[in-house]
Design a protein around this ligand. Structure first.
Ligand code: NAG
Ligand code: NAG
Ligand code: NAG
Ligand code: NAG
Ligand code: NAG
Ligand code: NAG
Length: 393
């Protein structure tokens, strides 16, 4: 065959594949998904994704505007070209976690480059039966996380809601350049252990224009996180935005470069927090910047806690060995529901270094007739600007 003929046949092949999938849209209904509320669409979604992933040019997996039951699925790359997963409808998990494989996951995305997850749809973890009541059974420690992103690169999650996860809503592990935009998390205040987005061992993660209401940390940042930027996020109810806890395990990687800017907190337990365990392994946290933040009735608006030891699980007398340096808190205003609006409890073994504080305007609005105060130990911050309370003197 002449080269021309081969080229022509190749073109014909391309055209016919495109015809089979107009605009390269892989609709889960074509793979057998039924929105009848009782048929599990795991297989259909997995097969639609597999074909999209193998498609040579950008493609779309479509979950239309219906409610579908989804038992458990892992969507894995590498893919040949960028894949968009467009969720217009609602995906519902099984309510009973004992009917799921015990691996702490519901929907997992892994090893995919240039993934977009969008469409305005909802991942409903149906977690209410699991919160609190799931105690001693072996699967309870590994309750499913709504969305796991493992080793995902250059990706966007936009216009998506995660609702009532059984455990964390989102876990980000080993990712690079992943943005969450207009992302909504919703779970009630009493839902146990439902952290919003947990990030670990990842670089270049942005969360912006998002709303997080849940029963634990809105965002928690674990070891090995670098260049994390959180802007225009509202948090509450929840436990705030936390770096840590760190120091509990050996060989934790440093946390470097976290910026939280232009965010607001409503009735949360903490605002912005760095927490490390006493009697800890070595670790380090540096280059943390918290600025332009509004606190509304927050219990501990600004807090570094290096004696973090819930349930007396540690020897609180030995200092934390996690080194905290180059941290700034700037332009933080609003109300505190407890008198200690600023608490910097640094390690007696390794004092905090390079801490800067500017323009703190926090008023105590609780029941007692007293003013807001700060409590500081093992830190000598540089103070700039105007403050409504005395800082560390
Ligand atoms: C990050 O990912 C986005 C979305 O795919 C992409 O547009 C951007 O170029 C990536 N940035 C870098 C530095 O690769
Ligand atoms: C998210 O929604 C906004 C507003 O409807 C829209 O402009 C934008 O294109 C959507 N993003 C994606 C990735 O679909
Ligand atoms: C993430 O935020 C940082 C800081 O604002 C910015 O430099 C970076 O370009 C952002 N990344 C993306 C993919 O938008
Ligand atoms: C965030 O920035 C916008 C635009 O500059 C501003 O209107 C808003 O008040 C800011 N919010 C906070 C919490 O600083
Ligand atoms: C403020 O927070 C406290 C403690 O979290 C709570 O008991 C109280 O109801 C909150 N006040 C308002 C006005 O929401
Ligand atoms: C803290 O900042 C100072 C001054 O910019 C810099 O020299 C130092 O290396 C930084 N320390 C860390 C641990 O990043």
């Amino acid at each position: 065959m002449g080269n021309l003929k081969v080229a022509a046949m190749f073109l014909l092949l391309l055209v016919s594949t495109a015809k089979a999938h107009p605009g390269a849209v892989f609709d889960v209904r074509k793979y057998g998904a039924k929105a009848d509320g009782k048929s599990d669409i795991s297989k259909a979604l997995c097969n639609a994704f597999k074909e999209a992933c193998a498609y040579p040019t950008p493609s779309k997996v479509l979950i239309p505007k219906r409610t579908f039951l989804l038992a458990q699925v892992s969507l894995e790359g590498p893919c040949k070209a960028p894949v968009k997963i467009v969720v217009r409808g609602t995906l519902k998990a099984l309510t009973d976690p004992s009917k799921m494989k015990v691996d702490g996951s519901w929907v997992t995305f892994q090893y995919i480059d240039r993934l977009t997850l969008s469409g305005g749809g909802t991942f409903d973890g149906q977690g209410s039966k699991a919160w609190g009541t799931c105690g001693l059974k072996s699967y309870c420690k590994q309750l499913p996380i709504n969305l796991r992103f493992n080793f995902i690169t250059n990706a966007i999650v936009e216009n998506i809601t995660s609702k009532d996860s059984k455990q964390f809503h989102v876990n980000v592990l080993g990712c690079n350049n992943l943005t969450f935009r207009r992302f909504t998390i919703s779970a009630p205040e009493h839902s146990l252990n439902t952290d919003g987005i947990h990030i670990g061992r990842s670089t270049g993660i942005n969360i912006t224009d998002s709303n997080i209401a849940t029963g634990d940390d809105c965002v928690s940042i674990g070891d090995g996180s670098r260049q994390i930027t959180i802007t225009k996020v509202t948090c509450g109810p929840g436990h705030g935005i936390s770096v840590g806890s760190l120091g509990k395990y050996k060989n934790e990687e440093p946390v470097v470069g976290v910026t939280v800017r232009n965010c607001s907190f409503f009735n949360t337990m903490n605002g912005v927090r760095i927490k490390t365990w006493p009697a800890s392994f070595r670790g380090s946290v540096s280059d943390m910047h918290f600025e332009d933040i509004i606190m509304n009735n927050v219990s501990s608006p600004v807090i570094i806690d290096q004696v973090y030891c819930p349930n007396n699980e540690c020897n609180a007398k030995l200092p934390s060995l996690v080194r905290i340096s180059n941290v700034s808190f700037k332009n933080i205003r609003g109300t505190s529901s407890t008198p200690v609006a600023v608490k910097l409890a640094c390690s007696s073994g390794i004092p905090c270094r390079g801490v800067e504080i500017a323009d703190i305007d926090l008023r105590y609005t609780g029941k007692e007739a007293r003013a807001a105060v700060s409590e500081c130990s093992n830190v000598r911050p540089k103070i700039f600007g105007k403050h409504s309370l005395t800082i560390c003197t």
